[in-house]
Design a protein around this ligand. Sequence first.
Ligand SMILES: C[S@@+](CC[C@H](N)C(=O)[O-])C[C@H]1O[C@@H](n2cnc3c(N)ncnc32)[C@H](O)[C@@H]1O
Length: 238
Amino acid sequence: MRLFEDTTQARPFIKWVGGKTQLLDEVKKSLPRDFATRQHITYVEPFVGGGAVMFWILQAYPNIERAVINDINEELICTYRVIKSDVGALISTLTAIQAEYIPLDAEARKGYFMEKRALFNTKKTSPVETAALFIFLNRTCFNGLYRVNSKGEFNVPHGKYANPRICDADNLRACSEVLQKVEILCGDFAETGRYAGPDTLFYFDPPYKPITETSSFTSYAKEGFNDAEQICVYEFAI
Ligand SMILES: C[S@@+](CC[C@H](N)C(=O)[O-])C[C@H]1O[C@@H](n2cnc3c(N)ncnc32)[C@H](O)[C@@H]1O
């Protein structure tokens, strides 16, 4: 948390399983010694998730000239793109959702959540609506989990937060500013290979291998991530 202490800085706009906010000190230690003085650096993050490392590193090292982020989760990437290009509309939509949800009692909140989850799962909403629903569901679902079934439908139940912060307008605007120099891709991590070069820093944080068959608490995308793909990441990175 220490590296995100300054509240004027952009921080991840969602909770994300496997988020690396707590490990930023470790990431910092693993950077080359002269990293802060190198020029024309491109930063690439093939499994960006909530973007803890990306938001931190782009603000801590202004010498990074540009960045490329990628994730296979289409709704997550839609949300990044909306924050980059249409943050005002997103803030208005989220503010309206927050004003409708917060005054409701527990039972009515649950009904509202289920309606919005069904709407999100139609996959027929506009990019701004999709992004607003994505953030709303993340803020109000059980433990901020993201889990989809084999049809790709988000199926996390309603959480029980007394006063969830659904619209953090200042942070969304700060995120938008950081994202202006970021190219945002949606697809398999291997697509980012074309950005490799002598002045490129890759940060890989793929899905974890569950300890047991039944211990997986998340499925970020309907495709899943099996052992063969873990090996592909290893081969891609070396
Ligand atoms: C451990 S999380 C990354 C967490 C991130 N470092 C953070 O701080 O929030 C792994 C991410 O990989 C994404 N993912 C899963 N399979 C993928 C694939 N084949 N290509 C690209 N991204 C993938 C998931 O959607 C998830 O966001």
